[in-house]
Write a protein that binds this ligand. Structure first.
Ligand code: FAD
Length: 452
């Protein structure tokens, strides 16, 4: 059955130069990039905090790939890490030369970054539809406790993680078949862990990246990753399955612990993996939240019974929403390829670099050798709609390229690129397609981005 939604008049509540929809690593970086390039910027977010997966899901491993030889991205992503560190909102990450960001405290850090940059903050408003004039997007319709409202904008940046704006504006998008999507996860944290006992046990029985392959999981590496330490937990869950605490078929319960604080908080527990869920389908999201929380509780009981240091620990919190890794991407003016990310691609219109770090679809390659690739401006540009640019994990590319570009630091690179492009597009009165790449790269360099 269908019904017709009646047409209605709604208030235009705001008119802005650059509107960023979504505030994850991509959107937050985009808003800062645009504001620092001199634009008047509004940052729209459906939840009550900025930060996207960092804060709403609790994905804290911001640069867990970084080793001595890694040549890393530069720009606003490094600033996120440094600001978190300066605010006491991070802790040394166990497998790398990096700090895990405290997802809770980063809510406050992100507020500070937004307010300092003079960005207009808009929380608790959800994008629901584009406003179009022919092929051009001229604003968005939002829903909130205040009802339905309109925001007009000269340029719109889609940083929703799901390409909501591009998709609804009519741009071509692509999505893996549900069974091929990278799994979704209910992330959670525990408190009351005996840190010394936990670490002593890790040292006595260390895991490596080769442990990622077992049961139904396979992992392709270059070989150099295999014997490197990974903060991985598998054995307690095997014991729990043998003891009947976890059903035998749930061999997907295992994974990484992220950060361990002196206070006994064990956070960013990436132990629940739900396969065959589409994060752009609310039915799957509902099922994923409920099944995921149930599996997380089983995992906690297994850790209490079978992992030294966790005996008296308890659930601290679930991520406030299901963690979704893989939904729609745009079919961009240039779609990145597997060869680009594996073979150090270079581009004349580069907006930044990212190390050779590939994690997803059964591949793990760590950037331990100094190899890196560049990201072209064209990979941010959707087809068929003017005044719209994209940032974060929705930019154009094939499966394997996304296993690299979906990573949060890389999302800040495409975010800052999109933000600066939007600001300059308004200032210079040039369309995204005609924007001067020299002007874009000059401003990105001025903002501290490494382009080549
Ligand atoms: C469980 C899990 C573990 C991961 N582990 C790692 C890791 O260790 N390291 C790593 O680098 N990456 C990791 N990733 C991947 C990484 O977190 C994402 O790819 C990255 O956060 C994507 O950034 P983004 O800005 O594109 O989108 P997101 O971080 O998803 O942010 C999108 C934002 O847009 C908002 N939004 C969405 N739709 C709307 C709408 N209609 N209206 C208004 N706002 C909207 C959302 O609320 C959100 O704040 C992990 C992902 C998951 C789910």
């Amino acid at each position: 059955m269908k019904i017709t939604e009646p047409a209605r008049e709604i208030d235009v509540i705001y008119n802005t130069d650059v509107l960023v929809v979504g505030s994850g690593p991509g959107g937050l970086a985009a808003a800062l990039g645009a504001a620092r390039a001199g634009s008047e910027v509004t940052l729209l977010e459906r939840f009550g905090c900025f930060g996207g997966n960092i804060t709403a899901v609790g994905v804290e491993g911001f640069a867990w790939y970084r080793h001595d030889q890694t040549i890393d991205s530069e720009g606003v992503g490094i600033e996120f890490e440094e600001r978190a560190k300066a605010a006491g909102a991070s802790v040394a990450e166990p497998q790398s030369n990096s700090h895990a960001i405290d997802g809770e405290a980063f809510k406050w850090v992100a507020d500070q970054l937004v307010m300092e940059a003079g960005i207009t903050p808009m929380l608790h408003r959800m994008f629901v539809a584009p406003i179009m004039e022919g092929n051009a997007i001229t604003g968005v319709i939002v829903e909130s406790k205040a009802g339905r409202e309109a925001i007009l904008a000269k340029r719109v940046i889609d940083a929703t993680g799901d390409a909501d704006v591009a998709y609804r504006a009519g741009c071509p998008t692509v999505k893996q078949a549900k069974e091929d999507m990278i799994g979704t996860s209910v992330m959670f944290s525990m408190s009351g862990v005996n840190k010394q006992r936990f670490i002593d046990h890790v040292k006595a029985d260390p895991h490596t990246y080769s442990d990622w392959a077992y049961g139904q999981w396979t992992i392709e590496t270059t070989g150099k990753e295999d014997q490197m330490f990974s903060p991985f937990l598998r054995k307690p869950f095997e014991k729990a399955r043998e003891a009947g605490l976890i059903p035998k078929h749930l061999d997907t319960i295992s994974g990484t612990w992220g950060a361990l604080y002196d206070t006994g908080d064990l956070t960013y527990l990436n132990l629940v993996h739900l396969l065959g869920f589409d994060g752009s389908d609310p039915e799957d999201l509902t099922r994923g939240e409920i099944e995921g929380r149930d599996q997380a509780m089983m995992a906690i009981e297994a850790l209490k019974q079978f992992n030294p240091g966790c005996e008296t620990a308890k659930l601290r919190n679930f991520g406030m929403t299901l963690g979704v890794r893989d939904t729609r991407k745009i079919d961009a003016n240039y779609n990145m390829t597997e060869i680009d990310v594996r073979e150090q691609a270079t581009f004349d219109d580069s907006v930044g670099i990212f190390p050779e770090f590939i994690d997803g679809y059964g591949i793990l390659i760590l950037p331990t050798t100094g190899r890196y690739f560049q990201l072209p401006y064209r990979t941010l540009l959707p087809k068929g709609v003017d005044n719209l640019i994209c940032a974060g994990r929705i930019t154009g590319g094939d499966r394997v390229s996304h296993a690299a570009t979906r990573n949060m630091m890389c999302c800040t690179v495409t975010g800052q690129g999109a933000g600066v492009a939007a600001a300059l597009s308004v200032k210079r009165n040039e369309s995204f397609g005609d924007l001067s790449v020299t002007a874009l790269q000059t401003e990105l360099k001025r903002q501290g981005v490494r382009l080549h």
